[in-house]
Ligand binder design. Structure first.
Ligand code: HEC
Ligand code: HEC
Ligand code: HEC
Ligand code: HEC
Length: 264
């Protein structure tokens, strides 16, 4: 009996030890002081410093000493009037939204037309087009510390002086998305005729989401591919603990992610 119990406990421990960590803490999307060393952005300024190799470190002891604040705020009421319009598309969105003009993916073979980023994809591009500081948020929270406001963008505070942008390179997709997988594009049973799988299987089989027309995730799956169809912003290893990371929702070993949608 004792031995069985021991084996059970040992088994549970082995499982625990081999189960990869999931979630956002400690990933590249954790820009708090403890997590930010994972990211390489152009961070110079009062609350973020870059070392010689360009690694960004958040040295804040006050308001930026949080994880969610870079993207969400519990109370969206900056200034009179509050945060309006787009910024309510992603729940409790707190990041300044990019105003860039994007070039979408085009191809003569497309059944549907790829759009420029809207909805949740625009949220991603508000850091990933490299035009805004990653810490450009509306509401820095109540832990008030001396954070410089950049008057050129109203009351939005930026890390340092409009720096802290994503470094030029792989993570910074820029504004020309003609070389990036189509997003903001309809994927329904009509387009499925173009060698795509039945869209109704995506969520159930592979945990991939399609989004509403405005780029919102809904409880009932929508019909548009957005960044969030392939990526889970909160989980480096996806919700099932992928070994190949990259915030992917489904493993891409053997191109399994691609094959969840494409009949190839
Ligand atoms: C608050 C800013 C911010 C937002 C918003 C944001 N990211 Fe990131 N993301 C980062 C930073 C910073 C890095 C690390 C970049 C670096 O090291 O230069 C990163 C890295 C990544 C990577 C890692 C690439 C790899 O494979 O190593 C992926 C993928 C990614 N982001 C996807 C997304 C997607 C999808 C969204 C929208 C749902 C998003 N991000 C929104 C800041 C952001
Ligand atoms: C890098 C930006 C970023 C950070 C940091 C971030 N989120 Fe999010 N969050 C998003 C985006 C983008 C969405 C919309 C996702 C979608 O539509 O698929 C979202 C959606 C959500 C949602 C609603 C839908 C869902 O996915 O459950 C919750 C709840 C949430 N976030 C909580 C949190 C919490 C709690 C933290 C901190 C521990 C956090 N987020 C940190 C970007 C972020
Ligand atoms: C069709 C699936 C898919 C869509 C849609 C998608 N990605 Fe990715 N993304 C991937 C895969 C797979 C990787 C893993 C790296 C690789 O294989 O190049 C990746 C990698 C990345 C990286 C790391 C840099 C790189 O080039 O490897 C970033 C940053 C990123 N994605 C952001 C985004 C953003 C922002 C969007 C929306 C504009 C988006 N992705 C839409 C599949 C997708
Ligand atoms: C969530 C579903 C989904 C995933 C995952 C996905 N795709 Fe796609 N892909 C689409 C849709 C939808 C289109 C646009 C189809 C259309 O309208 O013709 C598309 C278009 C493309 C095109 C352009 C086709 C053309 O006619 O020009 C290529 C190439 C492509 N995908 C490759 C990939 C690769 C490689 C991966 C894996 C990294 C991948 N896709 C993952 C849904 C997906």
């Amino acid at each position: 009996m004792k031995r069985t119990l021991f084996l059970l406990v040992a088994g549970a421990l082995t499982l625990a030890a081999s189960t990869p960590a999931t979630g956002i803490v400690g990933t590249m999307h954790d820009l708090s002081p403890t997590g930010s060393t994972k990211a390489t952005v152009l961070g110079v300024g009062s609350n973020g410093v870059a070392d010689a190799s360009g690694n960004y470190t958040n040295t804040a002891t006050g308001s930026l000493n949080q994880v969610c604040v870079f993207c969400h705020t519990p109370h969206q009421k900056v200034n009179a009037g509050g945060i309006t319009g787009y910024d309510k598309t992603v729940p409790l969105w707190n990041h300044v939204t990019t105003t860039s003009t994007f070039t979408p993916f085009t191809s003569a073979n497309l059944v549907q037309t790829a759009g420029v980023p809207t909805g949740m994809s625009l949220a991603c591009m508000s850091c990933h087009d490299g035009t805004l500081g990653v810490a450009s948020v509306y509401n820095k929270g109540p832990y008030g510390s001396a954070i410089a406001y950049n008057t050129s963008v109203g009351d939005h505070f930026l890390l340092g002086d409009n720096s802290g942008r994503m470094a030029v390179g792989g993570y910074n997709l820029g504004t020309d998305l003609s070389g990036d997988h189509p997003i903001n594009i309809i994927y329904d049973s009509t387009s499925a005729a173009a060698a795509l799988k039945d869209p109704s299987t995506l969520l159930a089989t592979n945990g991939l989401f399609l989004y509403s027309a405005t780029g919102k995730r809904t409880t009932t799956n929508g019909d548009k591919v957005q960044c969030g169809s392939c990526h889970d912003v909160h989980n480096w290893q996806g919700s099932t603990g992928l070994s190949d990371g990259s915030f992917l929702r489904y493993t891409n070993v053997q191109s399994a992610l691609c094959l969840s949608c494409h009949n190839k």
